[in-house]
Design a protein around this ligand. Structure first.
Ligand code: 5AD
Ligand code: SF4
Length: 439
């Protein structure tokens, strides 16, 4: 029997890419590949890339440069670029970095086996089409291997919102929802393989409107269906747009027992002038009112968000409005970024903010967010949370899991296995995690 070929995949960017990398690995598994953790052993290297900010895209080229030596030693090594840089730059990647053999966009992963065969025949392979067929349906034959207790499941891809700064509508294409029965089938299969928590993924996950038995189903409808699956204990979803937070979804946060009290709801800015220029189609006020309603439904919900500072024409006053909004919401987690110009997006044409000023604002915003994050985490001490244990911690006899609020929780000296769900009393709050004891 011949040795299996080895595949090294490196994943950049969002959770959708993590999910896609798993699917690509399975697709190439059918071609006799097994995954390796080291590029030196690989017969194929795949970079699953992110194009959301300039730095993310540049990293790909510097990483590719590092593989030059490997390819010289091992001429049969194939190098592929997948993900959003592949979609955005296509053939340009092969021109800029001739050692690349394969370029495949996020909508074409089901064609990987053919593309791989083409590279083995000594040709370059490129596919960045937006085909009609459901790539996940074509990739569905997951091997029945046992899995860890948490998994991602992509239910929706693409975005029709066209925020003025964002490349996603161009790289991931128009919004498409997968039919509900396929998602439920995949969820059932994950649960049979040991998964107890599923995070539904989509660039605009709450805009989900997949075909169901009685017409289109909303995300809330899908969550209620998932809620019925025995053995599935927890449901999460990310990332949401404020304008798609429908009444049924808000209500589900109050009444659906498996839906976790955590919501990632990016606002990007607290200034109405900037929100308008960002083409966000909500105001700071409408966002705050929405959060009020969500908190009425689920008072202990932990909010998370995304922010961009230094968006074109953002003044100090606009930035102060963002700080004000953050003060009002008090996020348990938040991701803040300095605006990064993306060629081809409308904001790229607007007058840019001085980079040093933007750096300064980013630091001030992050300091405030970190303070809230820390206060919220510290306030967990003395409370009892429910923890889904995932893996051993760094210390001997320690296990780590996540609370319903997504805080990492360490427990030592208890007889625990991955997949256990236990009540834990929180005894201490550290830099990025909590410690507790099993009750
Ligand atoms: N510059 C900076 N941040 C961006 N994001 C998206 N596009 C850009 C950009 N051009 C951020 C947004 C989004 C998150 C995934 O990345 O905050 O919610
Ligand atoms: Fe990008 Fe806006 Fe769509 Fe989010 S909603 S993916 S930020 S265009």
């Amino acid at each position: 029997m011949s040795e299996p070929k080895k595949l090294y995949i490196k994943t950049y960017g969002c959770q959708m890419n993590v999910y896609d990398s798993e699917r690509m690995s399975e697709a190439l598994g059918g071609q006799g590949y097994v995954e390796t953790q080291s590029p030196e052993d690989a017969d194929m290297i795949l970079l699953n890339t992110c194009h959301i900010r300039e730095k993310a895209a540049e990293k790909v080229y510097s990483e590719l440069g590092r593989f030059k030596g490997l390819k010289a030693e091992k001429p049969d090594l194939k190098i592929g670029v997948a993900g959003c840089v592949a979609q955005a730059e296509g053939e340009e990647i092969m021109r800029r970095q001739p050692l690349v053999d394969l370029v495949v966009g996020p909508q074409s992963y089901h064609r990987l086996p053919e593309l791989e065969a083409k590279t083995r025949a000594g040709e370059k392979a490129l596919d960045t089409d937006f085909p009609e067929e459901d790539k996940f349906e074509k990739l569905k034959n997951r091997p029945k291997a046992k899995r860890g207790p948490t998994a991602f499941l992509t239910v929706q891809e693409g975005c029709d919102k066209f925020c003025a700064f964002c490349v996603v509508p161009y790289t991931r294409g128009a919004e498409v929802s997968r039919p509900a029965d396929r998602i439920l089938h995949e969820a059932q299969d994950l649960v049979e393989r040991g998964v107890r928590e599923i995070t539904l993924l989509g660039q605009n996950v709450n805009a989900y409107h997949g075909a169901g038995p009685d017409g289109d189903m909303t995300l809330a409808g899908l969550i209620w269906e998932l809620n019925k699956i025995d053995g599935l204990e927890r449901i999460r979803f990310t990332t949401s747009h404020p304008n798609d937070m429908t009444d049924d979804l808000i209500e589900a946060h109050g009444t659906c027992e498996k839906l976790m009290p955590y919501l990632h709801l990016p606002v990007q800015s607290g200034s109405d002038k900037i929100l308008k220029r960002m083409n966000r189609s909500h105001t700071a006020e409408s966002y705050l009112r929405l959060i009020e309603r969500i908190r009425e439904a689920r008072p202990d919900i932990l909010m998370s968000g995304d922010f961009i500072v230094g968006f074109p024409e953002e003044t100090e006053e606009d930035f102060q409005a963002t700080l004000d909004l953050v003060e009002q919401v008090r996020y348990g987690y938040a991701y803040s970024f300095k605006y990064s110009t993306r060629p081809g997006t409308p904001a790229a044409e607007r007058p840019q903010v001085d980079p040093q000023e933007a750096d300064d604002r980013l630091q001030r915003l992050q300091a405030l967010i970190t303070r809230h994050q820390r206060e919220i985490q510290d306030a967990m001490v003395g409370r009892t949370v429910r923890v889904l244990f995932e893996k051993p911690g760094r210390l001997a006899g320690q296990m780590v899991g996540k609370s319903e609020y997504l805080h990492a929780v360490h427990v030592s000296g208890a007889d625990l296995s991955a997949g256990d769900l236990r009540n834990v009393r929180i005894t201490a709050s550290g830099a990025n995690s909590l410690a507790g004891e099993v009750l």
